[in-house]
Design a protein around this ligand. Sequence first.
Ligand SMILES: [Zn+2]
Length: 186
Amino acid sequence: MNVSLSLSEEVERMQQGKGRRDLDISVETCLEHFVLPEKLGDLVFCNSCRKKTRTKKQHTFAQLPKILCLHLKRFDAARNKKIDHFVSFPSYGLNMGGLLSHWCEVTRLESSGLDGKKSLPSAKPEILYDLFGTVNHIGNMQSGHYVANVKVDDAWYHCNDQHISYAKEETVTKAEGAYVLFYIRR
Ligand SMILES: [Zn+2]
């Protein structure tokens, strides 16, 4: 499963002061925002109301995969600019459980004050993922270079064309230009 996460929206949120400026963008907040309901610009005909109504759309995860590929959209085509911001991501225990459709619905009901709580447990399920690879882009929109980090038998390797070297986990998570993150379900 490939999920493309918008970084331009995260940068906008930071600039509008909705996020805390001193915090990095994190993959967890990108995912939380990915499942937020979005107001649609055009009115949509509702069969129950028999008229055009304001409508929202929402992405959620009906099922979670064995292998999860998170794509950070660093190439902002609209502005012809690469988004260079650092994005933090966990090497262990990325919890995707709260993003399942059922739990997004529970959260929505709770936050809107509707009574969805009574029959449902309040603890969200933990569905954890561990990092096993990254693709990083170094450079700008016009020119650049891709490198990769991959974990084999608990050791990290840095792959740069034909050069392969040992890498530390913290250099993998702190490296510049993380572009695609590969996670495996625990
Ligand atoms: Zn309606």
